[in-house]
Design a protein around this ligand. Sequence first.
Ligand SMILES: Nc1ncnc2c1ncn2[C@@H]1O[C@H](COP(=O)(O)OP(=O)(O)O)[C@@H](O)[C@H]1O
Ligand SMILES: [Mg+2]
Length: 387
Amino acid sequence: MIVTHLTLSDFRNYESLDIDLRAGSNLFVGSNGQGKTNLVESLGYLSTLGSHRVSNDQAMIRQGQDSAIIRARLSHAGREILAEVQLNRASANRAQVNRVPIKTRELPRYFSSVLFAPEDLALVRGEPSGRRRFMDELLVLRTPRMSGVLADYERVLRQRNTLLKSARNSGVKENQLGTLEIWDERLVALGSELIEARSALVAELAPEVASAYAAVAGQDHAANLTNYLSILATTPDDDEQDHNATAAGVLPAGEIAEKFRVALARLRRAELDRGVTLAGPHRDDLVLELNGMPARGYASHGESWSFALALKLASAAVLRRESSTGDPVLVLDDVFAELDESRRGRLAAAVGDFEQVLITAAVFDDVPEELAAHVVKIRAGEVVEDD
Ligand SMILES: Nc1ncnc2c1ncn2[C@@H]1O[C@H](COP(=O)(O)OP(=O)(O)O)[C@@H](O)[C@H]1O
Ligand SMILES: [Mg+2]
């Protein structure tokens, strides 16, 4: 799939933007702070209903305005659709496809993109929550139904935690234990579904990550992924360093729920003491390894960077394989400035066969020539004519 036209109204620093995009590479060039990232962020929002920079939609509405519009004409196999979302300060966001209102959360079904930005270094070096979010976003892009499972799990988890807290504060009562067992079953049912889906995803991603890493880094450092499952952990330890040592493994789908129940029984005392749920997908992690060592804490800056990029390229590869609407649009925000000459060339080769790639750069010369076929100059929230 490609975006053939993008229209923005009052989005970030764009009062209004109307721009044609092409198949293949599109390069947005401009000094810092001109609106390059804003532009690609708008397309990221259309495919994920979120931003890679902020968790709050308000920041994306132009200062002093009440609403912003992102509208994209999408094309695949000769068919075009018009997808649009309106972000509103004071009311719910609204979405349309071909000018017909749809539920906003349905929007990602129509458009998928994969964005890589310097912030993604946190995938390798940051907290497990970022890696869980990466996995879950990909799960939803692949299988939209999973967004319901995720939301239900979160809700059950909150309610179970509330009950554990109140039991901690006022001593456990007989009837609370009964209620807890009901929540346990729901937690296990939804959590097992999530664990199974994430495990299948890890199995699919792992070989793609290994080959993407080798492709960008130019070396086969045996990049590997495993699933850390908190339900297999021996202690309910908060220390993530431990994630590398224990409980990384694959569980046959049929055994997940049983292991989950066993973990909850084992942790009952500790959960009542602490007033929180100590095992489940909300405490799992994606363990990243290079040459058998955890990337987090061992990998150099350059290696961490290549790993984060490999994760994104691998997710694009998985999405393109399964999609009925062609490739996801690949977005590389400010990536080339960080790479040396040879890595730039390898990255250009790795992304060259995607249907559409959107690239931003402050310095034109940082981007390999083969990706500079269509160049758009951005200044202060406007496209300026090339001279
Ligand atoms: N909601 C907003 N309203 C108006 N301007 C905004 C808004 N959000 C960000 N900006 C402006 O957008 C600019 C940053 O644009 P950005 O796309 O990040 O730059 P770059 O070209 O370096 O990627 C800053 O000048 C910032 O003040
Ligand atoms: Mg930027």
